[in-house]
Design a protein around this ligand. Sequence first.
Ligand SMILES: *[C@@H]1O[C@H](CO)[C@@H](O)[C@H](O)[C@H]1NC(C)=O
Ligand SMILES: *[C@@H]1O[C@H](CO)[C@@H](O)[C@H](O)[C@H]1NC(C)=O
Length: 309
Amino acid sequence: MLSSGNLIQSQMESFLVFLIVLGVAVKAHKVQICPKRCVCQVLNPNLATLCDKKGLLFVPPNIDRHTVEMRLGDNFVTGVKRKDFANMTKLVDLTLSRNTIGSIAPYAFKDLENLRALHLDSNRLTRITNDTFSGMSKLHHLILNNNQLTHIHSGAFNDLTALEELDLSYNNLESAPWVAIQRMSNLHTLNLDHNMLSLIPEGTFSGLQKLKRLDVTSNKLQKLPPDPVFQRAGVLATSGIMGPSSFALSFGGNPLRCNCELLWLRRLQREDDLETCASPQHLAGRYFWTVSEEEFLCEPPLITRHSQV
Ligand SMILES: *[C@@H]1O[C@H](CO)[C@@H](O)[C@H](O)[C@H]1NC(C)=O
Ligand SMILES: *[C@@H]1O[C@H](CO)[C@@H](O)[C@H](O)[C@H]1NC(C)=O
């Protein structure tokens, strides 16, 4: 343990400096290496390296590779490099929130085989590529809200099969990796609000039996795909009360097209939110929940199609 407060003899101090210079080469059983300005806590047997709000411009190079919790929030880190978190196989929780991260090197998180939570919110990421999160099969929480994401490669989330929470809100996404999301069978919270989504493919949520919260507020959706999972949206959670099987669905702030394709949604019994219809023209501006079911009509061309509704 680094009881440096007691080490006042200059001999001991230079020995410590020597150890720090040696950095990761030291097999730190008794002596933990703590980056300058950070606080390192040993919560037996786990090591937490706490570097929030330290004015850091980059990820410090001499993080103890045994760290279980790593906090780097509220700094000025601009990018994540391949070596920054190399060999940190014990890391469970990594927070990089509120920095200025605009780039993540390919495979930068590759060694984090035990990571459960990755917080990257409030940064400057514009895209996520196939090699950004590859191999992170134990990740439960991926928090990416408040970035500038415009594009996520279609295979970028393929390995994230254990994900329970995915937050992509407040970005500029026109699409999401729907096929990968469809396979996240443990997902309970999916935040997609405040993006530019105009279409959610049918079947996206069908296998997500544990889904409890879906927020698609403020997108460009004209409709939602009908899905059995929405039947659980019974009494909405605006009341704050969530029953064991209830489901919180938020979809206000979308240009809803109130025709026969949304009749299923209108039929759900729920406390109303302030969702409004944007089209067809004669319903524009009406509150979704006050439009009667009979008014959710499709134009003649749709009816003549051979579609089984
Ligand atoms: C990671 O481990 C490898 C192999 O032990 C070593 O060569 C490399 O320098 C280590 N990298 C870091 C950043 O600790
Ligand atoms: C990403 O992976 C998907 C499938 O896993 C593949 O179809 C796509 O072409 C890849 N994209 C890039 C840019 O490599």
